[in-house]
Design a protein around this ligand. Structure first.
Ligand SMILES: Cc1cc2nc3c(=O)[nH]c(=O)nc-3n(C[C@H](O)[C@H](O)[C@H](O)COP(=O)(O)O)c2cc1C
Length: 224
């Protein structure tokens, strides 16, 4: 099993520990990245990824190792602590750079068969909106199966997380790993809502309603 872990933070705190425990439980080959250490360029809004191609992003060469690892992975793990009710700025910035692969533009068919796990921890609240930040991209990338883990740990660092909470986290992580391993046996495809969007986009691309490069991509993939 190939795993790609994208951490929305540089430090190895409570959220990272949860992602690491899951990857260890799953086993297999893991490529791990820390943001912003491994990718720190802010999207400048040039729109080149949409209109010319992702390789025209001014940050393409630095982004590529991360997207390559995701392309090759069977399971994607995204971790982000809650920062003012949302993902970290670094995670948001990374997801901004992957907008070109939304179903609306140039979805990568291999993503329809992947599983993703989204992990967040908060001191007290904000985990739902933080998961949603990451979930939106998973939906629009067409990811087959998404699991979510969220914990209100009542602490700012791992050393202050209670034993009870640590046990609860371990138990949930183990259950998720078991689910992923079981899921891994079957072929995934896009969830129904994503499929409906895909069908709508098929019609719009057939009419040439989007950028030329997007329309060409849909033709090349035999979708129109
Ligand atoms: C800048 C910043 C903003 C935060 N915002 C929230 C918040 O909105 N809600 C919350 O419950 N905790 C918030 N926290 C606390 C962290 O989400 C929480 O302690 C988390 O478990 C830290 O995980 P980490 O050890 O992986 O960094 C914030 C922490 C920081 C540093």
């Amino acid at each position: 099993m190939n795993i790609a872990v994208i951490n929305g933070q540089n430090h190895r705190g409570t959220t990272w520990r949860a992602g690491k425990a899951l990857a260890d439980e799953l086993g297999g080959k893991t490529a791990e990245f820390f943001l912003p250490k491994d990718f720190s360029d802010f999207c400048i809004g040039c729109g080149n990824c949409f209109t010319k191609g992702e390789e025209f992003c001014p940050h393409y060469s630095r982004l590529k190792p991360l997207t390559d690892a995701m392309d090759e992975a069977d399971v994607l793990i995204f971790t982000s602590p809650v920062y003012v009710y949302h993902v970290t700025g670094a995670m948001k910035n990374f997801l901004d750079h992957c907008g070109y692969q939304w179903i609306i533009h140039r979805p990568k068919p291999e993503y329809f068969g992947k599983q993703a796990v989204l992990i967040t921890t908060a001191a007290g609240s904000g985990t739902k909106s933080t998961l949603k930040d990451m979930e939106d991209s998973m939906f629009f990338w067409g990811i087959g199966q998404v699991c979510k883990l969220r914990f209100n740990v009542h602490a700012l660092s791992p050393d202050h997380v209670s034993r009870d909470m640590q046990e609860k986290m371990t138990e949930k992580i183990k259950k998720t790993a078991d689910k992923i391993k079981k899921n891994g046996m079957r072929r995934h495809s896009m969830p129904l809502k994503a499929k409906m969007l895909f069908e709508l986009m098929r019609k719009l691309h057939a009419k040439g309603s989007f950028s030329e490069i997007d329309n060409e991509y849909w033709k090349e993939h035999g979708w129109i």
